[in-house]
Ligand binder design. Structure first.
Ligand SMILES: Nc1ncnc2c1ncn2[C@@H]1O[C@H](COP(=O)(O)OP(=O)(O)OP(=O)(O)O)[C@@H](O)[C@H]1O
Length: 322
């Protein structure tokens, strides 16, 4: 099944996880698969009501972390607490549930039948009509799952995850493969729900989703947190500007030498385009226009995407040269 909420029957016991207890605490969380360290001593605390984007490149360790949060795998080392208890206990109590990317749906059932069947696995659950309304699928209740679009199927998974009225909702790249309209409708439903106080943590590759929907962005790279704050704070973490220019016939060695200039944080060469991040764009621009054959020079403020690349990719020149 795709949602952790339906993997086990929850024990109704509202009230013992108070609002002052963090929704999620990770301490030194580590997951190794043979020689691969997928999660490398990750620390994170999420307070109730926060909407957190877990952002990182492929293989950063997002899914491995969320699997441990959901109690699907055990950490190699470190600790996970969900609403003050273990992940398995939180799942049992219906305090945490998840919307995963794929799977878990039977195509021949209708949307309403799917929600009913899932609800029958719980000792107690939210009213079905209210859950379907909240997830934005009340209007397609009689539609067969196989006829639903990707966005509609994700909203159905969202409804299934809401049945236990979880305190913490985990979304693992929930809008992968959806078109723009499907993504917007899905996030509209999640946001409306989050505004009522639910804690949401979502893994995504989409920077614009993190920017638009998260109160807080946690940027992970190689199993570690490399930035943590609002989208604006994370963007500001790599201050400075991006300088791009066309350098016909540039060699990697010539471009690497730009890394020796004051303020240059990273530099790369793609075709004949040089891209550099620097805290002193005037000096770099002057150098490129006077000491190299560069032309078509462009200076821009960094966006979240540039910050993401700057914080998650190694520079192209050796550190000892700097
Ligand atoms: N079961 C496993 N066995 C071996 N290696 C694994 C396993 N699961 C994950 N990995 C490795 O651990 C690292 C982190 O993977 P993970 O899926 O957690 O990253 P991710 O950030 O979710 O990536 P993506 O955005 O591509 O889904 C990768 O190098 C991956 O190949």
């Amino acid at each position: 099944m795709s949602t952790a909420s339906i993997a086990r029957t929850p024990v109704p016991d509202p009230g013992t996880a108070s609002a002052s207890v963090p929704a999620l605490v990770l301490r030194g969380l580590t997951q190794r698969f043979g020689n691969v360290t997928a999660v490398d001593g990750l620390d994170l605390t999420v307070q109730p009501g926060e909407v957190v984007a877990f952002l990182g490149p492929n293989g950063a360790g997002k899914t491995s972390t969320l699997d441990m949060v959901l109690g699907l795998t055990r950490p190699t080392a470190g600790m996970v607490q969900v609403c003050g208890t273990t992940p398995r206990d939180a799942v049992d109590r219906g305090w945490i549930s998840a919307v995963m990317q794929t799977g878990g749906l039977l195509k021949d059932l209708t949307v309403a039948e799917t929600v009913e069947l899932t609800a029958s696995l719980f000792a107690s659950h939210q009213p079905l009509d209210a859950v379907m309304e909240r997830a934005g699928i009340a209007g397609i209740a009689e539609r067969r799952v196989g006829k639903c679009s990707g966005g509609e199927q994700q909203r159905l998974r969202f409804a299934m995850a809401l049945l236990s009225d979880p305190r913490l909702l985990v979304l693992d790249e929930p809008t992968t493969g959806m078109d723009v309209e499907g993504r917007r409708a899905f996030w509209g439903a999640i946001q409306a729900d989050a505004q009522k106080g639910r804690t949401v943590i979502f893994a995504t590759h989409y920077l614009e989703e993190a920017d638009a929907y998260a109160d807080r962005v946690v940027l992970v790279s190689r199993g570690r947190v490399v930035a943590d704050g609002t989208a604006a704070q994370v963007r500001a973490m790599s201050s400075g500007r991006t300088v791009r220019a066309t350098w016909p016939g540039a060699t990697p060695a010539e471009v690497d030498r730009l890394g020796l200039l004051d303020g240059v944080e990273s530099v790369s060469l793609t075709g004949s385009t040089v891209t550099a991040h620097t805290t002193d764009s005037d000096a770099l621009a002057r150098h490129l226009l006077t000491a190299t054959p560069c032309r078509d020079l462009e200076v821009t403020a960094r966006g979240l995407e540039d910050t993401f690349l700057a914080l998650t990719q190694p520079t192209t020149f050796p550190q000892e040269q700097r």
